[in-house]
Design a protein. Structure first.
Lengths: 269, 201
C-alpha cells in the first residue's frame, strides 16, 4: 500500500480544470471571532461561515462556532501512550471489526514503535474507531468535515505564502506524488494562516462524520435499488475545486475500520 | 494499493458526478444480480460499549442484543420514503418464520433521529405498524448512532428539515455479533432474509 493516485492523465485533467477556472471562492468569512481560553498544542479557530462543498437544498452556509484544533497531526509517540493505557487498542488485541489488518503496521510490536524516526511523525494506519477512541481519551473529538475544511481553507503562509491558486497546485502536486517513505516530524509542513501545520503535505486526516459524505455517485445500491433515501447533494459549489473534491471522494470511499498508509488524524476541542 | 484504488474510485466518481448531477437519488437498476451476502465479518459488532433506550423506556446495553440472531436496520420514524419499506420487508421476513425460529430472533431498528425519536415516539410507531415483542426500537446519543452507522457501513446526513439522507441497509447478525448478511438498496426480498435467518439456527 504505497500509492496515491499517480496517472499523469488524472493530474493533467485536474490541473486543466483548476487553470481553466481560477476563481476559488473563499469558503469562510470571519465574524465576531472570540477567543477561547488557550489550550496547549491547540490553535483557536475563530468562528465563521462555511459553505459546504456539496450543496444540499436548504443549506447555503453553516455557522461554525469557535473551536480549538490540534496545531499538528497526532504522532506515533502520542498514540503509543494511548495504546499503553488502553491495551485493547494494541495491535494484537484490537477487534478486526474496529481496525482491519495492517493497523499500526509500521510499529515493531504492540507497545514498541521501534524506529526513532517514527516517534514524532504523524501516526497512520489507524482506523476511525481508533482515532475516535484516542480523541475521547484526550477529552477531545475528531473534527467534523465542516470544521476540518473550514480550518483548511485558510491560506498557506509558511514556508511560502501561497495564493489560492498556488495552494491548489501545491495540494494537487502532493496528492499526485507517491507517499514519502518516511514522513517528516508532525508540525513541520505547510503552516496556514490559522497557525495549523500539516493540513496538507503529509497525511490525509480522518473526520468525525466522514460517513455523512454522500457524493452523487453513491446514490445507488449494490442490489440496484435506491441505496440512499432522501435528498442527496445536488452538486458541488465549485466543480473545479478538484483538490477539495478529492478529499470528499476519499472520505466517501472510506469505511470506519479501514487503515491506510497515509491517513492519520488530529483532534478538536 | 488501497489508497490507489480509493482514489481511482474517487476519480471515477468525479467523472460521473461532473457530467451527470441529475443522477442523484435516481434508482439505477444496472446491477440486479450483484451479490448481497458478505462473508461472516471478522470481529463482532458487540466489540463496542454503547447504551440505548428502547420503545418501552428500558435502558439497555448494546451487548444485551448478543445471543440471538438479529435482523437490524437504521431508520427514522418520520421517514416518508424508504424506511417504511425497510420495516415492512423485515416484518414480512418475520412472518415467514416458524414460531420456534422466531423466538430465537431479534428484530432491531436503530433510529437516526436522536431528537424526535424518543421512546414514546418509537412506541407509537411500533404500535402503528403492529410490531410484536420480538422487535426493539432503539434511540441513543448522536455519538452512538454514528458508531452504529459506521459498524453497519451506513452513510447518513441530517438535513435542514430534520429528516435524514441515509443508505438503505438491512443486516443479519449472528448470535456472536458477526455480520453474516448485509444488503444495500431496496429489494423487497423477505424470502432471502428469512432463508439467512433459518440457516443460522
Amino acid at each position: 500500500m504505497s500509492g496515491r493516485i499517480r496517472p499523469k492523465a488524472v493530474l493533467l485533467f485536474a490541473l486543466a480544470l483548476v487553470l481553466a477556472h481560477p476563481a476559488f471562492a473563499q469558503s469562510h468569512q470571519r465574524k465576531h471571532p472570540h477567543e477561547l481560553a488557550p489550550v496547549s498544542g491547540m490553535v483557536c479557530i475563530p468562528g465563521g461561515y462555511y459553505r459546504p462543498f456539496y450543496i444540499v437544498k436548504g443549506i447555503d452556509s453553516v455557522w461554525i462556532s469557535t473551536y480549538h484544533m490540534d496545531a499538528r497531526a497526532v504522532t506515533n509517540g502520542e498514540f503509543l501512550e494511548f495504546v499503553k493505557t488502553n491495551p485493547k487498542w494494541s495491535r494484537s488485541r484490537v477487534s478486526p471489526m474496529l481496525a482491519e489488518k495492517g493497523y499500526l503496521k509500521a510499529w515493531q510490536s504492540d507497545f514498541e514503535i521501534g524506529n526513532n524516526a517514527l516517534v514524532n511523525a504523524p501516526v497512520v494506519n489507524v482506523s476511525w474507531f481508533a482515532a475516535r477512541a484516542y480523541a475521547a481519551w484526550c477529552h477531545k473529538h475528531l473534527p467534523t468535515v465542516a470544521q476540518w475544511e473550514y480550518a483548511a481553507s485558510a491560506p498557506i503562509v509558511e514556508p511560502v505564502r501561497a495564493t489560492a491558486r498556488a495552494k491548489q497546485s501545491l495540494i494537487l502536486a502532493w496528492y499526485s506524488k507517491p507517499m514519502a517513505k518516511t514522513l517528516a516530524p508532525a508540525g513541520t509542513v505547510n503552516e496556514n494562516a490559522f497557525g495549523l501545520r500539516d493540513m496538507f503535505g503529509q497525511v490525509w486526516e480522518w473526520t468525525d462524520d466522514f460517513s455523512s459524505v454522500i457524493v452523487p455517485g453513491d446514490a445507488r445500491g449494490t442490489s440496484g435499488g435506491p441505496a440512499v433515501c432522501g435528498a442527496g447533494a445536488i452538486g458541488s459549489i465549485d466543480p473545479t475545486d478538484y483538490a477539495t473534491f478529492m478529499r470528499f471522494a476519499m472520505r466517501s470511499s472510506l469505511k470506519a475500520n479501514y487503515v491506510v498508509d497515509d491517513l492519520g488524524f488530529r483532534c478538536v476541542k | 494499493m488501497k489508497t490507489y484504488t480509493i482514489l481511482i474510485c474517487a476519480f471515477c466518481a468525479f467523472a460521473l458526478s461532473s457530467c451527470s448531477h441529475e443522477r442523484t437519488g435516481s434508482a439505477a437498476v444496472d446491477a440486479p444480480n450483484a451479490p448481497t451476502t458478505i462473508a461472516r465479518s471478522a470481529g463482532s459488532i458487540y466489540d463496542v460499549d454503547m447504551m440505548f433506550d428502547d420503545q418501552n423506556g428500558e435502558h439497555i446495553s448494546w451487548q444485551s442484543l448478543k445471543g440471538k440472531v438479529q435482523v437490524m436496520a437504521m431508520v427514522f420514524t418520520h421517514c416518508q420514503a424508504t424506511c417504511p419499506m425497510i420495516t415492512y420487508e423485515i416484518k414480512h421476513a418475520e412472518g415467514l418464520l416458524q414460531e420456534s425460529v422466531r423466538n430465537n430472533v431479534g428484530f432491531t431498528l436503530i433510529s437516526f433521529d436522536s431528537k424526535r425519536d424518543t421512546g414514546a415516539q418509537l412506541r407509537s410507531y411500533s404500535d402503528a405498524v403492529h410490531l410484536d415483542d420480538h422487535w426493539q426500537l432503539l434511540h441513543g446519543s448522536q455519538e452512538d448512532i454514528q458508531t452504529v452507522a459506521n459498524l453497519f457501513d451506513v452513510k447518513y446526513k441530517e438535513l435542514p428539515t430534520g429528516d435524514f439522507s441515509h443508505s438503505n441497509v438491512i443486516l443479519v447478525v449472528d448470535q456472536q455479533g458477526h455480520i453474516v448478511f448485509r444488503r444495500e438498496g431496496i429489494e423487497r426480498n423477505p424470502e432471502q432474509i428469512a432463508a439467512i435467518i433459518k440457516s443460522l439456527q
